[in-house]
Design a protein around this ligand. Structure first.
Ligand SMILES: [Zn+2]
Length: 112
């Protein structure tokens, strides 16, 4: 005998969104839950790369906690510079530390 057999709890699990059995549900997976910016601290470092090129690197913001792609897009347009994602790090070309700091603070991140 199953636990709750014959009671109102004895129901196969159903999706809360569409009401289908969970095995048959085709709802998209839930949106990732990001961590609030004010609980995260970004570190901004300007590094020298080959041929003396400078890049501004943002560390400390994890891909699991942030939409880093959206953040990269915003930083690139705010700085008017190219950039890329490397794992959990955002890189913006040139010494953009002040602009990156402004943009991150405006979003609510703590910046070190
Ligand atoms: Zn569903």
């Amino acid at each position: 005998m199953r636990l709750f057999e014959g009671t109102e709890f004895d129901r196969p699990p159903r999706c809360e969104q569409c009401g289908e059995l969970e095995a048959e549900c085709k709802c998209p997976p839930p949106e990732p839950v990001y961590k609030p910016p004010h609980k995260q601290t970004a570190r901004i470092i300007v590094e020298k790369r080959q041929r003396g090129k400078q890049v501004t690197v943002v560390r400390g913001l994890m891909a699991a906690d942030n939409d880093l792609g959206a953040l990269l897009t915003e930083l690139k347009s705010h700085c008017g510079a190219g950039g890329t994602l490397r794992g959990d790090e955002i890189e913006i070309q040139g010494d953009q530390s002040q602009r990156v700091r402004d943009a991150l603070s405006r979003r609510g991140y703590r910046v070190r």
